[in-house]
Design a protein around this ligand. Sequence first.
Ligand code: COA
Length: 326
Amino acid sequence: MIRTGITGLGMSVPDQVLTNQDLEKMIDTSDEWIRARTGIVERRIVSDNQSTLDLCFEAGTEALQNAEIEARDLDLIIVATVTPDMVFPATACLLQDRLGAPAAAAFDLEAGCSGFVYGLITGAQFINSGAYSRIMVVGAETLSRITDWEDRNTCVLFGDGAGAVVLERVEKGGLLGFDLGSDGAGGSFLDLPAGGSRQPASQETVAQKLHYIRMDGNQVFKFAVKAMGQAALKALKKAGLSGEDIDLFIPHQANRRIIDAAGRKLGLPGEKVFVNLDRYGNTSGASIPLALYEAVAEGMVKSGDIVVLSGFGAGLSWAAAVLEWN
Ligand code: COA
């Protein structure tokens, strides 16, 4: 049996920090409200000349160095994003060119905030089948570009960043189980309505602010509280494990209250739940690889540990993966 593991990690966040105090000057909100309702303190925002590709390139370059492989060794690049540089070509193709990975196939994957875990599991199938040996999966977003900075219901939540991993065949451990799912009936709770074939960009769509994130926060909250813990439990079951076996839970960083609810569902003490939401906000596809990177960098993951990743987001969608770290 072929096993797939993560052999390299990289991350990139923009230098510019936007604090809750900065937001107080922009909209009718308060640091106290944002901290209490979300757990977010600050987030990173790209500069005018930066794009999702730039963050992908920095995170991807570090992941290659960390895995000790060259870009030309890559067989496939998957970029999970809802903020590609353009509708087409895929940001993964632009990344393939910038990294110098001529042998790599490349495509973007759009599964909202579940995108990185969807990509990780998709990549693992190519390795497990024996088709490919080295795959890069990047979760990257510039959500600041699709945020309505006058909408206090959404703009306090989001931030920009990227996290990348290299997947390779490993001797032991690696991906032990996963759960993927979607509930398209809830699609309208979190969407960006215009700019596609349904409502092409026009002066009206711009005037009506239809190129920004729209969200029914309460509906998404209810879905998330259920989905994130449930997906993790299903993935654990497929791996023959349970909540007690988790050494570190790395949830999608959307809201502290959602994270705490998932941790309770899994029966985990606080120290087994990784949180960096306070510093980056919700970075959608980037959130889980950014958190994984920082957890490893902080020495919170040791060889043999069971690490569970779990995300939810637009679609609605969810995705969880159980990894034995080596
Ligand atoms: N600052 C101050 N007040 C705000 C505010 C802000 N930034 N945003 C909303 N409010 C107000 C609302 O207008 C409302 O006022 P009202 O009672 O006078 O109408 C009040 O705060 C409570 O709003 P409510 O929506 O009930 O708050 P909440 O506790 O449910 O928190 C979210 C709102 C958005 C933080 C929460 O619903 C959430 O996190 N949802 C999930 C979002 C998510 O994760 N999205 C990404 C998915 S990947």
